[in-house]
Design a binder for this molecule. Structure first.
Ligand code: GAL
Length: 643
């Protein structure tokens, strides 16, 4: 694994660059990501390119021995471009146009902007495509950041109509597929169809699902147009994009099929503060991040492509500026996050950013250096990580134990129609992932249809739309299977599945869901050391009840090697069900103290202490120590090699 940083030479006087490059090398960094926001400096006036500074910046990094990941600058179209094409900006759900003055103000559907994005990509790739320093390209930056996938612009409306015509053929077929007879929503032609944003009450969920699919396809097409140019003008270089955390607005699996390496931006403390974790977890892990946040995304994004190549393109090196609260990491956490990425098979961890910038929007965002170039907290930990990585050498591949199946349209379905507060396919998946990690297991998160050979246990925490390829794969699979609530409950156009849920999964599980309920907080069915809350399904089934609440309500059913969770997979339910399935699958589990997590890579077991107190490795974790001790202080990492 390599280390790197995100660097903005355009922010700093040129006489700092050579020293910066030297210090990067001294720190143990070998790759530098640059350029992704520099359009106004590359092309200050329409058609007038200023390559000089970027030539010299790349040359300076190159002569210090650093490799460059060059970004296409399309996340920041300059003011002159917006002024020549004012309708290129995205429109929010309330019909308001986005305004220039930050970033990501473009609409993915605007064909004029797409042509401009292709033009600047071609210009940059022409200039640097064959430069020996340039080893990879990043397309754009964080597609969808700041809520920018869905645009309700005129451009989007027109493109959506075309997309619908291609998918449905005739308006009559669309009416039938969506059930538009309901409330007289029938259309006579595609030209009558609007975007679903401003309807009086909720629009037809089928309309929303189609719009989300369309919007995701627009992101994919935008990305692909850059990828094609980069492949033509810069052969042999990897193309990457940096995905975000807990973000499902476009189909990351689809876009990954055009990339060589899937990147993501890891901000564990910002994510903990910004997403629906309990107040207790937000306090307990405020300076470490919840122990499963980084790992979840490592495994999710590693699973996006069959090759499994992935990187951390931005790593939090200190406090960030964008969450509600932005504490500093515990000493040691920057190194822990780095080595954890290594354990999950990352090719690169790149710290964001090299030096804190004293102006503009991110003044409070830490870098590896302070604005005055003195070392910030993260620098020494990056350097220590580099020494650890060099000492360890290649650590080996992650093993195959458990596959979790996740699809982006699953989260669209629960976003469009939650039916109860807090019901989300993404968070059901995270909850199962976390429960499996607490059992000390290794997990791959994969899309439906990926071959399942080699796994002992497969779980679908919440997968409303089940494609045929998954059913076929599961029929072939001989290990343990866990099906979560709402799985197989909808067809591709959002109708309740034929023959009732779990629809196509009835080929594996003999039963049907005849009633679903969502439950307000406090309306629960307590069981032994778990309780049914939030969501409950009632089944008619020939399966055996396996987990029964004290009042007789069933939380989990079992038929041969298939379990069906009829209750929401909160932590306790997920733990109880998955522990049973893991045992039946013959997987060895561990009783881990709070905050301790494990990850296998080849013959090595990595252990990470996310808690605020020292923890001891249980006796079930064996091997001789390559790094650290059997007692781990907060933020410590230990690595054991099998004897
Ligand atoms: C990311 C983004 C970076 C920077 C960073 C701050 O979302 O890609 O450009 O803004 O957040 O944490």
């Amino acid at each position: 694994m390599r280390l790197g940083c995100c660097y903005y030479p355009e922010h700093w006087p040129e006489n700092l660059w050579a020293e910066d490059a030297l210090r990067m090398v001294e720190t143990g960094l070998s790759q530098v990501r640059i350029g992704e926001f520099a359009w106004s400096r590359i092309e200050p006036d329409p058609g007038q390119f200023d390559w000089g500074w970027l030539d010299r910046a790349i040359e300076t990094l190159h002569s210090a021995g650093l490799e460059v990941i060059l970004g296409t600058p399309t996340a920041t179209p300059p003011k002159w471009l917006v002024d020549t094409m004012p309708d290129m900006v995205a429109t929010n759900e309330h019909g308001h146009a986005r305004v220039f003055g930050s970033r990501r103000h473009y609409c993915f559907s605007h064909r004029g902007y797409r042509a401009e994005a292709a033009r600047i990509t071609r210009a940059v790739a022409n200039r640097y495509g064959k430069h020996p320093a340039v080893v990879a390209w990043q397309t754009d930056n964080e597609y969808g950041c700041h809520d920018t996938v869905l645009s309700f612009s005129d451009a989007a409306r027109l493109a959506f109509r075309e997309w619908l015509a291609a998918r449905y053929g005739t308006a009559m077929d669309l009416n039938r597929a969506w059930g538009n007879v309901f409330w007289s929503m029938e259309y006579r032609s595609f030209d009558e169809i609007d975007l679903p944003g401003l309807t009086v009450t909720e629009a037809n969920p089928a309309h929303w699902l189609a719009f989300r699919r369309f919007a995701s396809d627009e992101v994919a097409a935008f990305n692909r147009s850059q990828v094609e140019i980069l492949r033509e003008l810069s052969p042999g270089r990897d193309v990457v994009h940096n995905y975000m955390g807990f973000f499902t607005e476009f189909d990351h699996h689809a876009i990954a099929s055009d990339l060589d390496v899937v990147g993501w931006d890891s901000y564990p403390l910002g994510f903990l503060d910004s997403f629906p974790f309990t107040e207790a977890d937000k306090l307990a892990y405020a300076r470490q991040g919840h122990p499963d946040i980084a790992a979840f995304h490592h495994d999710l994004y590693r699973g996006c492509t069959p090759s499994g190549r992935w990187s951390v393109l931005e790593q939090q090196p200190g406090p960030v500026n964008w969450a509600n609260h932005n504490p500093a990491p515990l000493p040691g956490m920057v190194r822990l996050w780095t080595l954890e990425a290594m354990a999950h098979g990352a090719e690169l961890v790149s710290y964001f950013r090299w030096r804190q910038f004293p102006q503009a929007q991110e003044q409070h965002h830490a870098g590896l250096l302070l604005p005055d170039s003195e070392p910030a907290l993260g620098l020494a930990e990056a350097a220590q990580s580099a020494r650890d990585i060099a000492m360890l050498g290649p650590v080996g591949d992650p093993p195959k134990q458990v596959a979790l199946i996740f699809a982006y349209d699953a989260d669209w379905v629960t976003k469009i129609q939650p039916q109860g507060k807090g019901v989300s396919a993404l968070w059901a998946t995270f909850s199962c992932y976390s429960a499996l990690r607490q059992l000390g297991l290794d997990i791959d998160i994969v899309p439906p249809g990926r071959p399942l050979d080699g796994y002992a246990l497969v779980a679908l925490p919440c997968l409303p739309i089940v494609p045929d390829c998954l059913v076929a794969e599961l029929k072939r699979f001989s290990g343990q299977i866990v099906i979560g609530p709402r799985s197989g409950s909808r067809d591709a156009d959002f109708a309740i599945s034929d023959g009732l849920p779990p629809g196509p999964l009835r080929a594996l599980f003999p039963g049907k869901v005849v009633r679903v309920e969502s439950l307000r907080p406090g309306l629960t069915h307590p069981g032994k050391d778990w309780e049914i809350e939030r969501w409950l399904e009632h089944l008619e089934t020939a399966a055996e009840p396996e987990m029964i609440a004290l009042d007789g309500t069933v939380a989990c059913w079992r038929h041969r090697q298939v379990r069906y969770m009829s209750a929401w997979p909160n932590q306790e339910v997920a733990h109880a069900v998955l522990a049973r399935a893991a045992k039946d699958a013959g997987l060895a589990t561990h009783a881990l103290p709070e905050g301790l997590r494990l990850r296998r890579a080849g013959e090595n077991t990595f252990a990470f202490n996310y808690s605020q107190t020292p923890v001891h490795l249980p006796d079930t974790v064996t091997g001789h120590l390559l790094l650290g001790q059997r007692t781990l202080h907060p933020a410590d990492v230990s690595i054991l090699k099998a004897n």
